[in-house]
Design a binder for this molecule. Structure first.
Ligand SMILES: Nc1ncnc2c1ncn2[C@@H]1O[C@H](COP(=O)(O)OP(=O)(O)OP(=O)(O)O)[C@@H](O)[C@H]1O
Length: 810
């Protein structure tokens, strides 16, 4: 377990979790290794950091695709690092963008983009060429291609006979680098994850025979099997590498003069992961048709690095042999796929090259280059339906999902002080390449896409994945010369003589506890007492070591749990504050909208009243004008009459007037009649005035009513205002509650810190001297695990009894 945490203020760089360690480190992790904290400047000196290189390759349209109108301008290359995706009509992205979810146009950036017109040479030079150079000089590298099916992943890796892909080009560069320095004996072979096994002459012979048998498979079937019609062009028949360029200046520039005396041994393996099972593609096909392929186990060596047990490594001496191996692998892959009614695009195929650098009798370095052609990344619903197919789809998608999760977790760990769990162990694929993401080598990713409108949604998914991957920061710790030299082991798996002395410690590290106990138990009954005591002592030491290991594991688990809890608390806190913010906003919005509502209601009411009043008071304009004219005429008459009256003295009583009518001369009689008429008219005018007065009064009454309504509305507004006030009060209570919660969280954090300190204390205490109160036999009992525990104790008891009997007899 190795963790590097940069604790600088603004950038917390990396918090990667790994069980893959540098070769030859001790099996027991150091306590300080659980979490080593270094400053940024220190890190810059010690570690090499680089973002995961993510390259994009856009495949050209095929003739059929153009016929099927797949070219709808979905993919637009903006420049050598930027690409824009436009959702075509009918795609799920377009539909969701029309509903207001998601976008129609997406922009992505890559380390380098290679368009449809780019050839394989340019692609190799622009992508993994530097990684291949590093591999030649002892560094590990992983390249994986990701994309939907038919996007050109296999073409990118294997290429076509005319235009080889990155894998044959890498091999070509490798053999050009080796030149005449080929190590021709096949007696040094890769072993476990990063060691080398010394083979005896018998095994070398077997190795040669096996290789010949493997190549003879091609004689029976000279034509490469066509896996699928469309991929037949990418199968490798006989490769010509004439156009592969090799930069000889690199070696001299690197000053690798020492390497001039070295010899190189190249070993390759080719396997696939299908349905979470690992299958060797270089094992001869089973003769019986019904026989299932043997799945290989993924194991870990004493350094915690993963390797595939019983994987076949084939020694290759030149590019011809390599292309034969590749053909056999492809043939086996296609045969297996046909037998299982599967498509090869549903398995991940991995080609690994191991380069052993030998000087004299010593192995100087071992480096590894893996090229992984991932299964098509399309999702379950489109491709599969039921039963085995669904399981298969689940497994493919699961391993890609876990890969995505690991990449996302690695990216997230860069931004947080507390590192989250990286689920490397949840799939075979990520388990095997965990080391490459955790400092054992440099990884890079090739994203393959086609430009077809029909696969736009899947392509978008691929691009989003790669956008996350691009943010992953790789930290490569420098390797000391010591760590570069792999361990050479014998046929029994034990390290061989080093400077004439057997490295006991190394043997112990290599042998599992089970093996040690078995051996001891077999010898125990014939051991003298002194040796038994020694054995007990050594077992006690082992027990202590085991306890220490357990404790460290427990500490690590507790730490992880603590971190996870802290993360959860932080997340909960963030969620809570976000909820409170939302609540506050929604209350404010509600308050505003209520206020607006009342304002609107008041306005509406006033408007309605005004309208009603207008309707009631409405008089047609003609009527009004007539009335006006009549009033004017009447006013004139009144004026005239008044003048006359003033001229003729005070007006007589009406009755008197009637009595005197007959006596008056005719002119006076007509004047009186006019007067009567005028009087009537005056009365009518007065009546009109009274009516108007009444109308004014009714208007005043209406105004009064309106005022009342306004007052009522005002009162209800005040009530609502009080309600709003009440809501505000509740809001402030909630805020107080949040503060209270925050203080609780602080207290919890303190508790966690206390717990951590306790754990650290516990750890340091436990490493101290053993508890003397436990008896020796008690310790043995504890150290043993059933079933070996019982038998070992019984054997010890027997031998103790035998010794005491012997004593008595003497
Ligand atoms: N750069 C290219 N130039 C010309 N043809 C290409 C290119 N890339 C891919 N092709 C062609 O496209 C087709 C699909 O490519 P390939 O088989 O490599 O896809 P894939 O992603 O590996 O598919 P699967 O996941 O199903 O294995 C092949 O016929 C291949 O020859």
């Amino acid at each position: 377990m190795a963790t590097v945490v940069d604790m600088t203020e603004d950038t917390v760089l990396v918090a990667m979790e790994s069980t893959a360690c540098e070769p030859h480190h001790v099996a027991l992790p150091e306590l300080s290794g659980v979490s080593s904290i270094t400053s940024q400047s220190e890190n810059a000196e010690i570690h090499e950091q680089q973002q995961l290189r993510v390259y994009l390759k856009v495949r050209p349209f095929s003739v059929e695709e153009l016929k099927n109108n797949e070219d709808q301008g979905c993919v637009v290359l903006e420049d050598s690092e930027t690409i824009v995706l436009h959702a075509p009509k009918g795609s799920a992205s377009m539909k969701s963008s029309e509903k207001g979810i998601g976008q129609q146009v997406y922009k992505f950036s890559f380390s380098q983009i290679f368009g449809p017109n780019c050839n394989q040479t340019e692609f190799f030079e622009g992508t993994i060429s530097s990684q291949v150079q590093a591999f030649l000089h002892g560094k590990n590298a992983l390249v994986f291609s990701y994309g939907v099916t038919n996007a050109g992943k296999t073409y990118t890796i294997q290429g076509s006979p005319k235009d080889p892909g990155i894998l044959p080009r890498a091999l070509e560069v490798l053999f050009k680098h080796i030149g005449g320095r080929q190590y021709e004996h096949m007696d040094l072979k890769p072993y476990l994850s990063s060691d080398v096994q010394k083979l005896d002459s018998e095994l070398v012979k077997l190795e040669r025979n096996a290789k010949a048998a493997l190549f003879s498979l091609l004689k029976e079937d000279p034509e490469p099997t066509k896996l699928r019609k469309r991929s037949s062009t990418s199968s490798i028949n006989s490769l010509s590498f004439s156009n592969v360029s090799y930069d000889h200046t690199v070696d001299s520039a690197d000053g690798m003069a020492d390497e001039a005396h070295c010899f190189y041994s190249v070993w390759v393996a080719f396997y696939e992961i299908y349905n979470e099972h690992v299958y060797d593609l270089l094992q001869p096909a089973q003769s019986s048709k019904t026989k299932r392929r043997a799945a290989l186990r993924v194991c870990e060596d004493s350094t915690g690095s993963s390797y595939i047990r019983d994987l076949r490594w084939v020694n290759v001496q030149n590019t011809e042999e390599f292309s034969k191996v590749l053909r056999v692998g492809n043939k086996n892959r296609s045969a297996a796929a046909t037998k299982m009614n599967q498509s090869s695009s549903r398995s991940h195929s991995i080609f690994t090259i191991k380069l052993i650098r030998i000087e004299g009798a010593d192995v100087q370095a071992l480096s590894e280059l893996s090229l992984c052609d991932l299964a098509g990344s399309e999702r379950c619903n489109k491709t599969k339906t039921f039963g085995d197919r669904l399981k298969e789809a689940g497994n493919i998608n699961n391993s890609l999902l876990i890969l995505g999760k690991c990449i996302a977790a690695l990216r997230n760990n860069q931004g947080f002080r507390t590192k989250s769990y990286v689920p490397f162990r949840e799939s075979k694929l990520t388990r095997l390449f965990q080391g490459m993401f955790c400092g054992r080598g440099r990884a890079s990713m090739i994203v393959n896409i086609n430009q077809c409108a029909s696969t736009y949604d899947e392509t978008l998914h691929v691009m989003k994945f790669s956008a996350v991957a691009k943010q992953v920061l790789q930290v490569i710790p420098p390797r000391s010369l010591e760590s570069l030299a792999p361990r050479i082991v014998g046929l029994d798996g034990k390290p061989l003589l080093k400077n004439g002395v057997i490295d006991d410690q190394a043997v112990d590290d290599y042998l599992s506890e089970e093996e040690l106990l078995d051996g001891d138990e077999a010898d125990m009954s014939i051991l003298p007492q002194e040796e038994l005591v020694n054995l007990v002592e050594s077992l006690r030491v082992k027990l202590l070591a085991e306890r220490r290991k357990n404790l460290l594991q427990e500490i690590q688990i507790r730490k992880e749990m603590g971190d996870a809890m802290l993360q959860q608390i932080m997340e909960a806190e963030e969620l809570h504050s976000r909820q409170m913010e939302d609540l506050k906003e929604s209350y404010e919005e509600k308050m505003d909208s209520t206020f607006e509502m009342y304002k609107e209601a008041l306005k509406e009411h006033a408007y309605q009243c005004a309208l009603e009043r207008l309707e009631e008071d409405y008089i047609p304009i003609e009527e009004y004008k007539e009335e006006q004219e009549r009033v004017e005429v009447l006013e004139k008459r009144v004026c005239e009459l008044e003048q006359k009256c003033r001229c003729s003295g005070p007006l007589p009583n009406v009755q008197d007037n009637s009595m005197q009518t007959n006596a008056l001369p005719t002119t006076e009689a007509s004047g009186a009649e006019r007067f009567k008429l005028l009087y009537k008219e005056k009365c009518a005018v007065e009546n009109l005035c009274v009516e108007k007065q009444e109308f004014i009064m009714s208007l005043e009454q209406r105004i009064g009513e309106l005022n009342d309504t306004l007052q009522e509305a005002g009162e209800s507004y005040m009530e609502k205002l009080a309600e709003v006030q009440n809501l505000q009060n509740r809001l402030s209570t909630r805020e107080q509650e949040i503060e209270c919660l925050q203080s609780n969280i602080m207290a919890k954090e303190k508790e966690i810190t206390g717990l951590r300190e306790e754990i650290t204390k516990l750890a340091s205490d436990s490493i101290g001297p053993p508890r003397s109160r436990c008896g020796l036999l008690v310790n043995i009992k504890e150290s043993m695990t059933p079933p070996s525990t019982g038998s070992l104790c019984r054997t010890i008891r027997k031998s103790v009894r035998a010794t005491s009997l012997r004593k008595k007899a003497s």
